[in-house]
Design a protein around this ligand. Structure first.
Ligand SMILES: [Fe+2]
Ligand SMILES: [Fe+2]
Length: 186
């Protein structure tokens, strides 16, 4: 198997896990129940930082290589780098909405829920696109030398929640995530 793809798929599983937990918190908010805001804040902080630090750069490099090897399939798939920019914008917009809710600022409930759903839905369909179309296309089009070159040029950053060295602010969060994931069978 290709190491870069294994790492990307593992990261997708982890992103999906925290997105599921976030979606559950939003559903609580929508039902006028009390969500765990601290949990939601930490998850969004992770999703603002880690994907852009480590995950998207790997995919952008892979996508640039795919364009060189098979321009047609890269065109059909759409522009992945633009999707990453849009994802970053939706993530920041959701974070701003969440901050307003926490500050009790003028924040219509529906606007917050819409921003959350737009962000979560876009992230999930982006992952689906990559799993179902981008990774298989890259596997078909790239040579062993291409994969080696990509692996050599990438520095893997440690995932602060799911990596070997958990960042201090996330220590409790990881246990909490595994507990909730078991309860919700994610
Ligand atoms: Fe991506
Ligand atoms: Fe991805």
């Amino acid at each position: 198997m290709v190491k870069v793809l294994d790492a990307l798929r593992e990261e997708h599983r982890n992103f999906s896990r925290v997105l599921e937990i976030l979606a559950h918190q939003i559903a609580l908010f929508e039902k006028a129940e009390e969500p765990d805001y601290d949990l939601a804040e930490k998850i969004i902080e992770y999703l603002i930082n880690f994907p852009d630090l480590s995950h998207h750069p790997k995919e952008d490099l892979l996508y640039q290589k795919l364009r060189l090897r098979d321009q047609r399939i890269a065109d059909i798939m759409g522009d992945l780098e633009t999707e990453h920019q849009k994802l970053a914008e939706l993530t920041t917009a959701f974070e701003a909405n969440l901050k307003n809710v926490l500050l009790d600022a003028e924040q219509p409930r529906a606007e917050f829920i819409d921003a959350a759903k737009e962000f979560i839905d876009f992230f999930r369909s982006h992952i689906m696109l990559e799993e179902l179309r981008f990774f298989p296309a890259a596997l078909r089009a790239l040579s062993a030398a291409d994969w080696r070159e990509i692996e050599d040029s990438l520095a893997q950053s440690d995932d602060p929640i799911f990596g070997d060295n958990i960042a201090v602010p996330y220590i409790d969060l990881r246990d909490q995530i595994y507990e909730i994931a078991t309860e919700q069978q994610i």
